[in-house]
Every structure is written in structure tokens, then in C-alpha cells.
Design a protein around this ligand. Structure first.
Ligand SMILES: Nc1ncnc2c1ncn2[C@@H]1O[C@H](COP(=O)(O)OP(=O)(O)OP(=O)(O)O)[C@@H](O)[C@H]1O
Length: 805
């Protein structure tokens, strides 16, 4: 298929702007570009991967180090195949792990192919791909299954609250159910994925088997799904469609499947890939396997706690494939110093490198050794990070922006602690999360309200969560679980949700209308559940909720804009007394001590969550307007609310856990080291006399390799691949400007910035404090910083101030 292709010229880089749309050439199956692109050279090893024919029955495995351009190469490979390889966009499927990775793959493809063509290529996370298959095809292949209801994390916790009392009512039985939401999910996953059966799981976790059995039946009967269930159900659908000889057209169409970040695949994800590539392919003989390209780096495998393994044996996993291995020998991100330290100390000194590891060269100019510092206490470490950040920005005459800095913590708690410390001194932080932040806070009720207004699939649980908040009397969970049982035995769940007379809403309306009407004692009704005089208030609130939903539905029927949606929700929250719930503090934030401080932080968090909710609305609305479809905005939002909202703010420091920062790169990275034991968490990774657990060494490797210019690690070291001296910035201005491809700051700006820094942070007297030169003194000078809101404001304005000099 590919013999007629000319050798492509250099491949375009991701930042070179969109190319004009392509037009199909007269020769079938090929595309020609309308305009000559601006070019960026791909290396020979990248070109070999880009041009490698996507032959059926062949697996192309690309194992290469951090910053070698695996993702960049995959995107160029896809663009090349569409332009020159005779592959149609709809014949390609690209799978990756996170929404953020998917968004950047989509953007890069749009940059190369133009947005119209790029949109035709399916780029998904595993979960969204499977959710799509379940959405579209479950009712075709398993018509007896109820409609699915996805539960996000907070809904799951709420749900579990309803069903995890000391005694709970499920399927008309009263059982003991004393578990946490997290343990419950773990046990259910073990059973659903076939890892355990009910009897084994009940013994292992000391839970009643009857409880597990009833709960599983209950979840299945009501179509309640968690993220993992999408994978399990999508696999079942694909298998059934093959067995029924009634193939799913889009899966049948794929000829080329690509998986990025392959090292993070666990058992279920691997099963999904296998099922897709073994699926019959349009126009190919039976038993032909789809072409599969996998890109990853085994040393960056950091999801072992979810079951991924660094040493996946492809020949065992994909025995029918002809496997071709390729690698990329250079890194375009890491300086030689960062590459050397992160690879040879963290991995090498812990015995994690072996002969099969191809040496990686940096194609960057040398700059500076990674810097280590002593994270004696949490606060001294945070002070050091903020001072060094200020120094880098000021002494480089505003060349760096705050958004060039990434501060990495090992766990969420470390990140939040740093963030709350930095914000106290006016440093704004941009925290990376895998879900939008408001979903995890009290603002989650906005989602419940929108779902009940929208009355779509799965809104039953949102009604229940709201009723749980409206019922302020003891025993509310048991009553809500009884209400759900009553709903399940009524005829209404069978009717299509969304229809005006179906689902929970119709059930509630009927029950509220008949409230107090006497029925036989045996017959359960709202009156028998909310039977005490003090429960009347809850029923009145429920009545108000139904009225309010009607009113807001009408209001939003005219026009659905972010502002109108927020207006509706605010009105509803006030009318139903839910503002009180919003105002209740979310779990205590780190770093606050007094009640007053905790309340102030909770108020700040609520404000932040409401703003972040509004940002999500605006982001979804922009996408909705730019790609109009047949659905309403609310439909669109409720599907896509979890999409990453891109930050355009360059006046905040980025903060993240190592896991969430995977795949990203920043000019300056601080890896926080303080741990509860007062020894740096990373000691085994940088101390040549100590050894690290391989999982920690890999996590450290991922953390360090996010840095493209300066890397700081909170740990002392005895390796000469690191240094205890902070860099003298004035000497490095041209190199830094060159690497960032930014304009050189004027000499005046550098001088001014340097003086400003010296004046703002006077070095303390060194009397009686040991040597006044060498790493120790250098470190102490760096520690002398006292954060101040004034500095934070100044740093936010610095670009504008210094650029005038
Ligand atoms: N041929 C090239 N010339 C210049 N820059 C390149 C080239 N290939 C990739 N890059 C740049 O190198 C950086 C790293 O690329 P990319 O993120 O694709 O690497 P990766 O191997 O996927 O990294 P990681 O393993 O850390 O996820 C990006 O900034 C990318 O634009």
C-alpha cells in the first residue's frame, strides 16, 4: 500500500500552527496538502517510526525515554498515514490514558491536519471509548439490560452513604453493610473482573456474602455503573456482536490502532485493546489482526497499584502478532545534566537499567546540573521554593513567567499543603487535577440539580441525593434507601427516563400527590416511609423541589447560556435552602489551625469551586457553539463537564502530584521531598549509599523528567551528578532565552531584577552560622527568604514592568 509514497520531507512540529484543510487527490485513498507547511526536522529514528507501514498482523512497539517525542511521533505518524499512507481518518483509533493527553493529541492533530480532518479521527481515553460503545450499543446487543447510570466519585460516595448504613435496605431485605465507599468499590471490582468470587471476597474482606450478592444484583438491575464497568460492558458488547454476526461498524472499520503511554496499561485496559485489534476488519480476511502501534517507556510505569506492570511481555500478550521494535535515541526535552542525573542515579544506581535499555542522548545544550536542597521542615522547603522562584524570575529580567514553574508533590496532601502555604503569601497556584475541582466539593449538588432539571438517564440517583439533603432528620439514609426500593418495585423505572411520564420524577410526583391518602398497612408508599410528624417538613421540601424543577426547566427552555444556568441553580439553591449545605465547610484544609482560619479557607474554597464550575460551563459552551449539533447545551455539558478547562493564566505557579503531571513538561520543576519521617522521601533515589523501592525510583524518574531546564529536588545527595549550588542566573540569560525561544531581556531589565531581588531579600548576617561560602552558605542564603504578598504581586506584574526597561 505504501510503496508509491515519496520520502516525506521534515515533519511539522506541534507549535507551528494549523495547516490548511486537505483535499482528496484524484488517486483513490491519498490526500494532498494545499500549502507547503513550515517545517521542523524529525530525527532519523522518529522518521522510521512515522513512515513505518501500518501493516495488518503487525505490532509496532515504540519504547523510548522521556522527552524523546513518542507522543509527537505518534501524532505525526497518524498525519502522515492520512496524508500519504492511504489510510482514512475513520480507520484510525488513538487511545490514551487521561483527558488531558487526549486533548493535547487532538490539538496536535488539528495543528497538522486542520481541524476539520482531525475531528474525523477518533482520539479517546479508554474509558470514554468504552462508554461510547456502551451508550450506543448496549441496548442493541443486550436489550434486556437497563439503561446505564454512570456514577462519578462523589455520587458513588453519596450512593454508598445511602447503602452503607449499619443496617440497610436492599431489594426489600434489611442487611448489615458496614463498609467504606472505597472498600466497597474495591470488593465489587474484584468480583466483577473475575479476580474473586463472592464467597472468597466475603471471607477476605469480612463482609456478609448475602450483602455482596444483593448489592451486585441491585447495581446490575438498576444499571448503576462505575468507570471500570464501562470496560467490562464494552468488552461484552464487542464479543456479543461478533458472536451474533452483527458487527459494530466503527470497530469493524478500524485498520490502525495506536496506544500512547502503553506502560500504564492494566489487565482490563489490555483486554480492551486485545478485543479491538482482534475484531474483524472491513475488507480483510477473517482472523486478520488490525495494525497496532504501542508507544511507552517501561521506566515511567507508575500505576502498579492499579495493576500495570513495567515488564509487559508483548510476545506473551499478543502471540499472533509479528512484533517490530523501534526506539528513539534522543531526548528533545532533557538537558544532558538532567538526563544523566535522573537516568543514572535514580534508575541506574537502583539496578533498574539493563542491557536492553538503549542509551538516550540529549540533543539539548548543556545548562546546569540538577540542584538538591535540604528539605529540613515543610515550611523551610516551601520558603526555599518560593524564594528560588522569585529569584529565577527577577534575576533573569522577567524571562521566566510564574507559569513556567511546576511544583511536584508525591501525594495530593503534599501538593495542597504547598498550595495553601504559597497562597497565604499571595502566590496564585494552578493545580492540575484529573477531574475538574468543583466536582469533588459541595458544588457537586449543581450537577445533581442540573441532572434533575434535565431529567435524563441516571437522574434517579440525583433526585435521591437531593432528597437526602432535604431530609434533615435522623435516619434519612434509611428512608432514602426505602424510597429507592419503592421506586424500583413500582412500574415507573421501566418507562424511558426523559419521557414526561417516566422515571423517578413521575414516581415522586405521584407519591407527593397521594401523600397522606390512606392505603392498606401492607402497601408501602411515601406516607409509610415519611410517616412521623417531623418528616412532613421533608415532604414539603420535596414538593418545593418539584415546583422549582418545573420553573427552572421552563426558564432554561428559552435559552441555555452559562449565565442563565448559574442563575437557575442559584435560585434553586436559595429556594430549597441548599445554600446552607454549600456553606458547610468541605473537609478541613491543610495548614489551617483555628476555627476562624478553617472557615476562611472553606469560604475561599467555595468561591474557587463556584468559579471553577462557571469556567467549566463557559468552556463547554464555547465548544458547544463552535461545533453545533442537535443536542441542547445542557446535554452537551452533562456529557463533557469533566473536560480539562485550559488555563491561559501565566501568573500562577503550577502545582501537581507526579501522577497527574505525567506526559507534561515545564522549564523549571521543583520536586518536593519533605516526608513525615523528616528524611526526604526521595533519599533512596539520590543517595548512592541508599536504595529505593523500584516503584519509588520510577516515580522519581517521572518527576525529574518533567523538567526541561532547571530541576530542583528536595533531598541532599552524595552524587556529583547533582549540585547543592543554586545557579547564578545572570550568566545563563542567553542560554535560557534560546531554549525558551523567547526574546532576550535587556541588560537593564536583568540588572533591575537582580537589584530588586537583593533589596527584597536581604541576606541575613552569617555570623556564627558556619562557612560563608560553598553549598551550605548558598543554601542558607536561599533559605533567608520570607515570603510576602508584595513579592507575589510584583512577580505577577514583572513581565510588563521589566519589558519596559
Ligand atoms: N524532532 C523534534 N525536534 C524538536 N523537538 C521535538 C522533536 N520531537 C519532539 N520534540 C519535542 O520534544 C518534547 C517532548 O515530546 P513528547 O512529549 O512527545 O515526548 P514523550 O516521549 O511523549 O515524553 P514523555 O515520555 O515524557 O511523555 C516536546 O516539546 C516536543 O515538541
Amino acid at each position: 500500500m505504501l510503496d508509491h509514497i515519496d520520502v516525506l520531507g521534515p515533519i511539522r512540529g506541534p507549535s507551528q500552527g494549523p495547516r490548511e484543510p486537505l483535499q482528496r487527490s484524484p488517486e483513490a485513498g491519498t490526500f494532498q496538502t494545499l500549502e507547503t507547511p513550515r517545517l521542523l526536522e524529525a530525527s532519523d529514528s522518529q522518521l522510521a517510526i512515522i513512515h513505518h507501514p501500518p501493516s495488518p498482523n503487525e505490532l509496532l512497539s515504540v519504547q523510548a525515554g522521556p522527552g524523546s517525542g513518542k507522543t509527537w511521533t505518534l501524532v505525526n505518524r497518524v498525519a502522515y498515514m492520512v496524508e500519504k499512507g492511504g489510510i482514512l481518518p475513520e480507520e484510525i483509533l488513538i487511545l490514551s490514558m487521561t483527558n488531558r493527553a487526549v486533548n493535547s493529541l487532538r490539538d496536535a492533530l488539528a495543528g497538522l491536519l486542520g481541524s476539520v480532518l482531525a475531528r474525523e479521527i477518533e482520539v479517546c481515553t479508554f474509558h470514554s471509548w468504552c462508554a461510547n460503545v456502551v451508550d450506543q450499543y448496549e441496548s442493541v446487543y443486550f436489550p434486556q439490560n437497563p439503561k446505564r447510570r454512570l456514577m462519578d466519585d462523589l455520587s458513588w460516595r453519596n450512593f454508598s452513604n445511602i447503602f452503607l448504613g449499619k443496617t440497610i435496605g436492599i431489594n426489600g431485605k434489611t442487611l448489615k453493610g458496614n463498609l467504606t465507599a472505597f472498600t466497597l468499590e474495591r470488593i465489587l471490582n474484584e468480583i466483577k473482573s473475575g479476580e474473586s468470587d463472592i464467597a472468597t471476597a466475603s471471607t477476605k474482606h469480612n463482609v456478609s456474602p448475602e450483602y455482596l450478592d444483593e448489592l451486585l444484583q441491585f447495581l446490575t438491575k438498576n444499571g448503576i455503573m462505575r468507570y471500570q464497568d464501562f470496560l467490562i460492558n464494552a468488552l461484552a458488547i464487542m464479543k456479543k456482536s461478533v458472536a451474533d454476526h452483527n458487527l459494530i461498524p466503527r470497530v469493524h472499520n478500524y485498520k490502525m490502532v495506536l496506544v500512547d503511554e502503553f506502560q500504564d496499561m492494566h489487565f482490563l485496559l489490555m483486554s480492551a485493546v486485545k478485543e479491538i485489534v482482534h475484531y474483524p476488519t472491513e475488507g480483510q480476511a477473517q482472523g486478520t489482526l488490525k495494525h497496532l502501534t504501542l508507544a511507552g517507556d517501561k521506566h515511567q510505569c507508575i500505576y502498579e497499584f492499579l495493576g500495570s506492570k513495567p515488564d509487559i511481555d508483548l510476545a506473551t500478550e499478543f502471540p499472533k502478532y509479528h512484533i517490530t521494535h523501534k526506539t528513539i535515541e534522543e531526548t528533545f526535552r532533557l538537558t544532558p545534566e538532567i538526563l544523566d542525573a535522573s537516568r543514572n542515579v535514580a534508575l541506574g544506581s537502583n539496578g533498574l537499567l539493563n542491557q536492553s535499555d538503549v542509551a538516550l542522548k540529549s540533543n539539548r545544550d548543556p545548562l546546569y546540573k540538577p540542584i538538591t536542597y535540604d528539605p529540613a521542615t515543610r515550611f523551610s522547603e516551601y520558603e526555599f521554593v518560593l524564594k528560588e522562584t522569585s529569584r529565577l524570575i527577577l534575576e533573569l529580567g522577567g524571562l521566566f513567567k510564574l507559569s513556567d514553574i511546576l511544583v511536584l508533590g508525591r501525594a495530593n496532601k503534599d501538593v495542597e499543603e504547598f498550595q495553601s502555604y504559597a497562597e497565604k503569601f499571595g502566590f496564585h497556584c494552578n493545580k492540575f487535577t484529573l477531574t475538574v475541582p468543583w466536582v469533588k466539593g459541595k458544588t457537586h449538588i449543581f450537577l445533581d440539580m442540573l441532572n434533575v432539571i434535565h431529567n435524563g438517564t441516571g437522574s434517579e440517583l440525583n433526585w435521591l441525593c437531593l432528597i437526602l439533603l432535604l431530609d434533615k432528620k435522623v435516619g434519612s439514609r434509611l428512608r432514602v434507601s426505602k424510597l429507592f426500593n419503592l421506586f424500583n418495585v413500582s412500574k415507573l423505572p421501566q418507562l424511558a427516563p426523559g419521557s414526561s411520564n417516566g422515571g423517578m420524577e413521575a414516581f415522586l410526583r405521584e407519591e407527593v400527590e397521594n401523600f397522606g391518602v390512606s392505603v392498606s398497612k401492607k402497601q408501602k408508599s411515601l406516607s409509610t416511609i415519611y410517616k412521623m410528624p417531623e418528616h412532613k417538613e421533608t415532604v414539603r421540601s420535596l414538593q418545593k423541589l418539584l415546583v422549582s424543577v418545573d420553573k427552572e426547566r421552563q426558564f432554561l427552555a428559552h435559552s441555555q447560556t452559562p449565565t442563565r444556568v448559574l442563575e437557575s441553580l442559584s435560585r434553586m439553591a436559595v429556594e430549597l435552602g441548599l445554600v446552607h449545605h454549600l456553606n458547610l465547610a468541605d473537609p478541613v484544609l491543610h495548614g489551617s489551625t483555628t476555627l476562624h482560619q478553617q472557615m476562611a479557607q472553606a469560604a475561599k474554597k467555595l468561591e474557587f469551586d463556584i468559579c471553577s464550575f462557571f469556567d467549566s460551563l463557559c468552556h463547554a459552551h464555547e465548544n458547544y457553539v463552535s461545533e453545533p449539533g442537535s443536542e441542547l447545551f445542557l446535554d452537551h455539558f452533562l456529557h463533557s463537564y469533566n473536560d480539562d478547562v485550559p488555563t491561559t493564566d501565566d501568573t500562577s505557579i503550577n502545582v501537581s502530584t507526579v501522577h497527574t503531571a505525567k506526559g507534561l513538561e515545564f522549564p523549571v520543576v521543583f520536586v518536593l521531598g519533605t516526608s513525615a519521617s523528616h528524611t526526604s522521601y526521595w533519599r533512596g533515589c539520590v543517595d548512592l549509599h541508599a536504595s529505593a523501592d523500584p516503584q519509588i525510583a520510577r516515580l522519581f524518574y517521572v518527576a525529574c523528567t518533567r523538567a526541561s531546564q532547571f530541576l530542583y529536588v528536595g533531598c541532599t545527595t552524595n552524587s556529583d551528578r547533582f549540585t547543592g549550588e543554586v545557579p547564578q542566573m545572570a550568566r545563563l540569560v542567553p542560554q535560557v532565552a534560546g531554549a525558551l525561544a523567547r526574546k532576550l531581556p535587556s541588560a537593564g531589565a536583568v540588572d533591575k531584577g537582580t537589584q530588586l531581588f537583593a533589596r527584597l531579600y536581604q541576606a541575613p548576617s552569617t555570623a556564627n552560622k558556619g562557612p560563608s561560602f560553598g553549598p551550605r552558605a548558598n543554601f542558607r542564603r536561599a533559605m533567608s527568604f520570607r515570603s510576602s504578598p508584595l513579592v507575589a504581586v510584583l512577580l505577577r506584574k514583572i513581565g510588563a514592568i521589566l519589558s519596559r526597561i
